[in-house]
Design a protein around this ligand. Structure first.
Ligand SMILES: [Zn+2]
Ligand SMILES: [Zn+2]
Length: 73
């Protein structure tokens, strides 16, 4: 059996989960990127939110985005 220490809390885990992003072993409690403060979390989030949109709008779109957000609420 491959038992490993959780890279976050250090607990010895008989069936470690390996984060598909940082490849580190984690216990069942810390297997999610959010739960072990994954080093790739920023990357994951930017992928989810679609960084392309921000880049496409460019620098001059910044105030427009704020107006759009605050205008809605
Ligand atoms: Zn853990
Ligand atoms: Zn991770």
């Amino acid at each position: 059996m491959l038992s490993e220490d959780c890279a976050y809390c250090g607990n010895l885990t008989d069936m470690p989960f390996h984060c598909s992003y940082c490849k580190d072993p984690f216990c069942s409690e810390h297997r999610l990127p959010e739960d072990h403060r994954c080093v790739k979390l920023r990357q994951i989030r930017s992928e989810k939110f679609g960084e392309r949109k921000v880049i496409r709008d460019g620098g001059k779109g910044k105030t427009n985005i704020l107006k759009r957000i605050f205008g809605k609420f």
